[in-house]
Design a protein around this ligand. Structure first.
Ligand code: SF4
Ligand code: SF4
Length: 371
């Protein structure tokens, strides 16, 4: 474990140095990419903020087109594979392999709804074989106890299927040092009171962590309400205690574990600040160090802003599109913008050295003064 920790830490630092060097030479290519590999989804979650983009007609990027896009990009650190449901794409392992080989990514994060255990298992085995040097992190959702989870997910029987997926995934992760599995709970007024009951269920699961994020964007059910900062303080306290007691052993060792706990605390403090209407404490990195590519080649600076261009109109040349000025209108809306999108908070911290350092030194939950 210690060897793996130091390798991960070294890969992270090397990748940051590589990115800084690129910036010093005047390039502004992203260091993290969110790639929605398919718009197909087999769920209908009340909290989904991407619901208008799901199950679209039209040709998805082929593996050959994805290869051309990858070759037009610099090396970068993290690939977030999203959808729809990413595992509905049969060539997902080959897609990961393309970015591992071409862009030397060090990590791939895959949020899955966990509804297709056989497909996930087969795909994951192949990803780990084709990209053995990449750290694979899976995020699987649990929204509450059985009846509540199925209702919020819009799929009868989802809870049992997801629980079984998490069980064998977690066991697989114990054998594979470059695989980790976490449970994620999207929290709204519909499930916040059930969180303690849910944590009781996940305490014995073989997972790396149980994390949560407030609903964001414009959810399918417009009646959902995000938690207040005071409510999020309670959520954060519960999660901190839960992870310390049951999962901390899988947060890495020594310095890496302290680093992960500090980042967790900093992220919770950022959520509370945004929920209190006080905005992000840093400039969001959307359109700067993080980009969004969608299944038919569309590009956005973040998942909550409009599509700005399509790679197919730029000969699948990402660099040409990214540096063209076509995204500048959307980029101009970033200063002063805030949301609780965890991927963008994380990417922004990685891109802002002062806040990155602060996040490593955070030692407690600090709600905004008015909470
Ligand atoms: S949140 Fe994910 S799983 Fe649920 S409907 Fe949206 S894309 Fe599908
Ligand atoms: S804060 Fe960043 S990720 Fe969130 S909506 Fe604004 S630009 Fe997008």
């Amino acid at each position: 474990m210690a060897v793996m920790d130091s390798r991960r830490m070294a890969a992270r630092l090397a990748s940051m140095a590589r990115f800084r060097w690129g910036r010093l030479r005047g390039r502004r290519m992203p260091d993290e990419v969110i790639f929605a590999v398919t718009s197909a989804c087999n769920a209908r979650c009340d909290f989904c903020y991407y619901w208008e983009e799901l199950n679209q007609e039209g040709p998805e990027l082929t593996l050959e087109e994805i290869g051309r896009i990858a070759r037009s990009m610099d090396p970068f650190r993290y690939l977030w594979i999203t959808g729809g449901e990413p595992f509905l794409r049969g060539d997902l392992p080959e897609i990961v392999e393309v970015f591992a080989r071409t862009n030397r990514i060090s990590g791939v994060h895959i949020p899955t709804n966990g509804l297709l255990p056989d497909r996930i298992r087969a795909s994951l085995e192949r990803i780990l074989t084709l990209a053995p040097g990449v750290f694979v992190k899976l995020l699987v959702p649990l929204l509450g106890p059985e009846e509540l989870h199925d209702r919020l997910f819009g799929v009868p029987g989802a809870f049992r299927r997801v629980l079984s997926t998490i069980g064998w995934l977690g066991e697989m992760a114990q054998r594979r040092p470059n695989l980790s599995v976490s449970v994620n709970t999207v929290v709204s007024d519909r499930n916040i009171l059930a969180l303690e009951q849910l944590l009781e269920l996940t305490k014995d699961l073989p997972i790396a962590s149980h994390v949560a994020s407030p609903i964001r964007g414009s959810p399918l059910d417009p009646g959902l309400r995000a938690p207040s900062p005071r409510e999020w303080l309670k959520v954060s306290e519960l999660l901190l205690e839960h992870n310390r007691r049951h999962h901390l052993g899988r947060w890495g060792g020594g310095l890496l574990r302290r680093w992960n706990v500090s980042r967790f605390l900093y992220q919770q403090n950022t959520f509370m600040r945004v929920l209190a209407g006080r905005g992000l404490p840093f400039l969001c990195a959307a359109g700067d160090t993080i980009a969004v590519i969608e299944s038919q080649g569309e590009v956005r600076i973040c998942e909550l802003k409009e599509r700005a261009a399509n790679l197919r109109d730029y000969g699948l040349d990402f660099r040409r599109l990214w540096l063209s000025g076509s995204l500048d209108w959307e980029r101009a809306s970033v200063p002063g913008c805030s949301c609780t999108h965890a991927c963008f908070i994380s990417a922004s911290l990685n891109a802002r050295p002062r806040h990155f350092l602060k996040s490593l030194l955070t030692s407690r939950l600090s709600p905004p003064a008015a909470v």
